[in-house]
Design a binder for this molecule. Structure first.
Ligand code: ATP
Ligand code: MG
Length: 389
């Protein structure tokens, strides 16, 4: 075994580019397993920076910050999608980095992402790339009504405009500054689901169970995972598609693949995230291996074992809105009442300021049966001011 294939054992230092909540949960997991951690994020109060052994407070492209990260860490991963691919590439010249810049850059660009799905033989929504006025004029009418999405930098429904007519499409493209976009046909969705895949340096893959997701206002609101929540044939299809997408990227790390299930039962891939994902958070309390442990294992080149879900689970996202449930005056959500519910597991990200639409934390609810988990989650939602689902 050459050095670059040897596992990095506990006691080594694992680095992460980005200091958000995903980085924080990665850091917590790495530390639980005996690793030291290093976070690079300019914000002195970033959720991950606050809990890491090392916190390098520079921008992602700062050469000194990157050099410092390469010096203290033995391997580096990333926790957000829009990390500059150049920063990953610069780090990769000095130490192991996963996922690789080449894979992350595909996920960063909706046009390249969709081309990859097509190349893997996995269907996605019919779409057109719009980078020029000519391409705008040439859009096929049957792509409307559709959703115009900026090719880069979108998240939580940002950078998206729903359009019904060619005139609305032209206005929408102007409103986003005529940056490169994709127009996607609006599909009749029955439901949404996602799969977390982990792929090791040796190409071995494991995955979490398929998650059923409910979005509200373009933001994930609820994830439910238990048996019989989705048809078995659909589950098989989604897992196979997710693995082939990861294999096609020669991916190393944790990858989330989001899908739409159409009203006619068809499955189409929506997008990928080159990191753990909000829809995989239930795994922290409902599975014997969480998505963050999978991230530690792939980065440290440790063996991957197939995770097993031991409890039916419902995850509720805790957005900043809950801090303003009764108008503009800020309030503390009723945590003690929520935590009186059996199987309620609170995760807060340590963000100082609550804002509407900002992800502040999540609540994982586990139960002995799907019915019990759902009933408890609905009680928690009622206490918190989250609409029933
Ligand atoms: P995130 O990164 O938070 O997952 P995003 O900003 O990348 O979100 P998308 O996943 O592209 O956005 O879309 C957000 C939501 O909008 C989807 O989960 C789905 O509910 C809806 N949506 C997006 N594209 C389509 C489509 N082609 N047809 C129908 N609904 C869609
Ligand atoms: Mg999405």
């Amino acid at each position: 075994m050459n050095d670059s294939a040897k596992p990095l054992l506990p006691g080594s230092t694992l680095g992460v580019l980005g200091g958000g909540q995903l980085g924080r949960m990665f850091v917590h997991q790495a530390q639980a397993m005996g690793y030291f951690t290093a976070v690079l994020d300019a914000d002195p109060t970033s959720p991950a920076g606050l809990v890491s052994h090392h916190h390098i407070q520079t921008g992602y492209e700062d050469p000194q910050g990157l050099a410092e990260l390469a010096r203290v860490a033995d391997a580096v991963t990333t926790e957000f999608e829009n990390v500059p691919a150049a920063a990953l590439a610069a780090l990769a010249a000095r130490l192991p980095v996963s996922p690789a810049a080449s894979a992350v850059s595909v996920a960063q660009d909706r046009a390249r992402e969709k081309a990859h799905f097509v190349a893997c033989g996995v269907p996605c929504a019919p779409y057109a790339v719009i980078e020029t006025a000519e391409q705008l004029a040439a859009v096929a009418p049957d792509l409307l009504p559709g959703i115009l999405k900026t090719a880069r930098m979108g998240y939580d429904g940002k950078g998206q405009v729903r359009v019904k007519t060619a005139a609305e499409l032209a206005a929408a493209w102007a409103s986003v500054g005529k940056v490169p976009c994709v127009l996607e046909k609006m599909l009749p969705l029955a439901l949404e689901c996602s799969v977390i895949v982990a792929r090791g340096h040796d190409g071995a893959t494991v995955h979490l169970p398929v998650q059923r997701n409910l979005h509200r206002d373009g933001i994930l609101a609820v994830t439910e995972v238990f048996e019989q929540n989705l048809p078995p044939a659909l589950i098989q299809q989604a897992v196979a598609a997710a693995i082939s997408i990861a294999n096609g990227l020669h991916y190393v790390g944790v990858l989330c693949v989001e899908f739409f299930v159409l009203q006619d039962g068809g499955l189409v891939v929506n997008e990928i995230a080159p990191r753990p994902h909000n829809s995989g958070h239930y795994s922290q309390n409902a599975c014997d291996v969480s998505q963050f442990e999978l991230q530690v294992r792939t980065l440290a080149r440790l063996p991957l074992t197939q995770p097993r879900q031991h409890s039916p689970a419902v995850m509720l996202n805790l957005l900043g809105d809950l801090w303003f449930a009764h108008g503009d005056a800020e309030q503390t959500p009723p945590w003690a009442q929520v935590l009186a519910l059996p199987g309620a597991h609170l995760h807060l990200y340590g963000k100082r300021e609550a804002k509407r639409g900002r992800k502040m934390g999540h609540l994982n609810v586990t139960g002995p049966t799907p019915e019990a988990a759902r009933a408890t989650a609905l009680q928690a939602a009622a206490l918190l001011g989250i609409a029933p689902f």
